[in-house]
Design a protein around this ligand. Structure first.
Ligand code: AMP
Length: 230
């Protein structure tokens, strides 16, 4: 079956500015399909080139993370003609955003449980940055918790590498953390100390963290100066 026909039968779950996300079954497996569509305002040749590059980069980052042992959805199939990536659907998962919100609301064992989660996020991001993968859009919505079998610990899965790229520069890693900090603190009120736990865990887990944290501090300072001027 051709990809457009396949997508016409799939369930659209998100219509973004750059891509559409569908839920479908691919070779008998629950799948998520991310389709980058043409941007009419761009020159078609340039658009094709950019879209192709982004699709390649997204797949490359996912594979790089998976090779390093970081949980990301498996890539089932890529169609470079329609710019579609077919990914494993992380079935029965919950976003970290929803998990934190629900835990805070319940008030039950908020401290130790969320601190453990923050620690785990810090470790995973340290590993990702040590592989020189910059996610580009770190938020708690782009992290899924897949509940473990039996009483096993749940697995943390990173998703949406659509803005990712490769870089060894501490500045790029610092900005990646800054984007997460901004998103984290605005989404989850009163979590400053929780985010500090995440950064502490990142610091002890990454081989190159001191230069990254230094850059993060510089970016924070620039952000503060800008908001004072504005
Ligand atoms: P995205 O544009 O990649 O962030 O995807 C939009 C939404 O689809 C996410 O916020 C998730 O709720 C869901 N989603 C994306 N990828 C997956 C996946 N591999 N498994 C399960 N849900 C996903």
């Amino acid at each position: 079956m051709a990809v457009p026909e396949f997508l016409s039968r799939a369930e659209l779950i998100k219509q973004g500015a750059e891509a559409r996300v569908y839920r479908a079954e691919f070779l008998g497996k629950p799948a998520i399909v991310k389709e980058r569509f043409p941007k009419r305002y761009r020159h078609p040749v340039l658009d094709e080139k950019l879209t192709h590059r982004r699709t390649v980069q997204e797949v490359r980052s996912i594979l790089r993370c998976r090779r390093a042992g970081i949980s990301t959805p498996a890539v089932y199939f890529v169609d470079y003609t329609t710019h579609c990536i077919f990914l494993e659907e992380v079935v029965g998962s919950l976003t970290v955003r929803d998990h934190i919100a629900a835990t805070q609301k319940s008030g039950c064992c908020t401290g130790p449980e969320l601190e453990q989660l923050a620690k785990r996020i810090g470790q995973i991001l340290a590993k990702m940055h040590d592989e020189d993968v910059i996610h580009g859009d770190l938020t708690t919505s782009n992290m899924l918790l897949r509940h473990g079998q039996g009483d096993g610990e749940s697995d943390l899965v990173l998703i949406d590498f659509g803005l990712s790229y490769n870089s060894a520069l501490p500045e790029d890693k610092g900005v990646d953390l800054y984007v997460l900090e901004k998103a984290f603190l605005s989404t989850h009120p009163n979590t400053e100390s929780l985010f500090e736990k995440l950064l502490k865990s990142y610091t002890v887990s990454s081989k190159k963290s001191s230069a990254v944290i230094k850059k993060l501090d510089e970016v924070r300072l620039r952000g503060r100066k800008r908001s004072m001027v504005g």
